[in-house]
Ligand binder design. Sequence first.
Ligand code: 5GP
Length: 170
Amino acid sequence: MEILFTQQELARRVTELARAIEADYQGKDLLLVGVLKGAVIFLADLMRHLSLPLAVDFMAVASYGAATKSSGVVRILKDLDTPLNARHVLLVEDIVDTGLTLRYLLDVLKARSPASLKTCVLLDKRERRQVEVPVDYCGFVIPDVFVVGYGLDYAENYRQLPYIAVFRAT
Ligand code: 5GP
């Protein structure tokens, strides 16, 4: 598999993102919301570089079958344990592709009246976007390729790779 970002490149970029987040959330009650499963490695690395008081919570979502995916309707498999009112929420995602999943999650979370709501995305396939979504902190913009590793899977495999690689089924 062709490596797109090495372990060192990921570590450096995650540290940079953490510095930017730290600067913006000084004195604020930060809640990191990780989207399972893909964001777990990114979130775990990111939070270890944040010298801020923070809490973390998780959501798990799945798209309704392939036919309805374009509708952007996702199913919540696991909801947050924490109420969001008056929290500064940072939604942490592995990758944004069409934007439909992130759009849906933002709408769900916004309805719960957080003090603020921003997004932190490791990988952004910007050219694939179907709906506008704000990406407040972006690791890397990537082309339209299917990537695995660093939490991202192909049929539940490859999540444990310490780097990000381009997956091509052969
Ligand atoms: P969107 O709703 O933005 O189209 O899709 C977001 C979801 O699609 C991601 O959370 C991820 O699960 C999946 N996805 C999109 N592109 C890739 C990719 O290149 N590799 C992997 N492993 N998952 C992807």
